[in-house]
Design a protein around this ligand. Structure first.
Ligand code: PLP
Length: 392
């Protein structure tokens, strides 16, 4: 049995994506920069992929640049903007992905920038009044605030932040890795300067992503080479990845409402099953329990008296894949949970769903968790857990 509930870490390839990329693994392997017709055919596929992504996001093709994933896009957005515009102040938050936090740390260490962290409430929501105060005090700032949080699922109001950015002449970068393919974007109508996406989070291949750079900007490149991606990112294009990314995004947006509705129901189902499991004192971290204020596929749970490591390991032993916070944490305490003032020491488990999960799988997961309590008398006594006749 394999139950995969770690879809915020990565997702399975959609069958339509596999079908779309196969010809580029077999027949169409020419270099898109080659002048011959085989090369031109492949270049056309890359151009089509760019047009598809742009069309789906309300951007123009010239604003889409392919990368090797969101981490690269984030590095390009932050370092590229800081260097291209000589920015010396960044506003970010303590719950950003490490790709943002580590990039900012490096620039701070090198004396390029100073970072202000916006206040968060106890559930990790950005304090927009504090953000405005920071912007007022620091003209010409780079804002780096994510859209959907990968650990606790919080969704940030990027429309409101975009408006503030315009009002205070700031540059706004948002990490949309966890929301891309899950919510609609209309970039022609939003005040976002840069955003990034990563194909493997929406049933596309790993190691490929894109950055949207508003047409009024040009970033200082990270990677110099043969002038690919209009000089913004050198190196032969990952054609298979790019074709797969565009197909995955197309499939996601074609099925957006159905997928969202299913994943919301899965989340609500798991919450309701846990509520009647008899385990007392379960907590939900951040906004993850809220359907309105979080990405639908993330549920971050603290189980009484159980460490992150023990839940993840015990479920793994019986073929259930979940994670402790995020895949990139490497076993350490979650910096996101630590940033939520009242939840600093909480052990937590992240369940993250996809359209491929089933309600039956969630029944098995809840049974497995109740068995963890049942098998340890100290645990069941402590939590007040009692096996009821209905579970016999
Ligand atoms: N940003 C967020 C919010 C993420 O969840 C991730 C992946 O976990 C990344 C960035 C990094 O993405 P990639 O794996 O494409 O480098």
């Amino acid at each position: 049995m394999e139950i995969y509930l770690d879809n915020a870490a990565t997702t399975a390839l959609d069958p339509e994506v596999i079908e779309a990329i196969l010809p580029f693994l077999t027949t169409h392997y020419a270099n898109p920069s080659s002048a011959h017709s085989a090369g031109r055919r492949v270049k056309e596929a890359v151009d089509n992929a760019r047009r598809t992504v742009a069309h789906l996001l309300g951007a123009s093709p010239e604003e889409i640049y392919f990368t090797a994933g969101a981490t690269e896009g984030i590095n390009l957005a932050l370092s590229g903007a800081i260097q291209a515009y000589d920015l010396s102040h960044v506003i970010s938050s303590r719950i950003e992905h490490k790709a943002v936090l580590q990039t900012l740390k490096r620039h701070e260490k090198e004396g390029d920038i100073e970072t202000s962290f916006v206040k968060l409430d106890e559930r990790g929501n950005v304090d927009l009044y504090h953000l405005e105060n920071l912007l007022r005090a620091n003209p010409r700032t780079l804002i780096a605030l994510m859209h959907g949080n990968n650990e606790i699922g919080n969704v940030t109001d990027i429309q409101a932040i975009g408006l503030l950015a315009r009002r205070y002449n700031a540059v706004f970068f948002t990490d949309t890795t966890q929301t891309m393919g899950k919510v609609q974007f209309d970039l022609a109508e939003t005040d976002i300067d840069f955003l990034v996406g990563s194909a493997h989070k929406f049933h596309g291949p790993k190691g490929v992503g894109f950055i949207y750079i508003h047409k009024k900007h040009h970033l200082k490149p990270l990677i110099y080479g043969g002038g690919q991606e209009r000089g913004q990112r050198g190196g032969t294009e990952n054609v298979v990845g790019i074709v797969g990314l565009a197909k995955a995004l197309e499939v996601s947006y074609r099925n957006l409402d159905a997928s969202r509705s299913k994943v919301c129901k899965l989340k609500q189902y798991l919450i309701s099953k846990l509520a009647i499991s008899g385990i007392e004192g379960i907590c939900y971290n951040g906004e993850s329990k809220s359907i309105e204020n979080s990405v639908p596929n993330v549920l971050n749970v603290s189980f009484p008296c159980l460490s992150t490591g023990s839940v993840v390991a015990k479920l793994d032993q019986i073929g259930i894949a979940v994670s402790g916070g995020s895949a990139c944490q490497g076993g350490g305490a979650s910096h996101v949970i630590q940033a939520l003032a009242c939840e600093a020491d909480k052990e937590n488990v992240r369940f993250s769903f996809s359209k491929f999960n089933t309600f039956e799988e969630l029944d098995l997961v809840v049974n497995a968790i109740t068995r963890i309590y049942e098998s340890d008398p100290a645990l069941s006594a402590h939590t007040g857990w009692k096996r009821t006749a209905s579970w016999a």
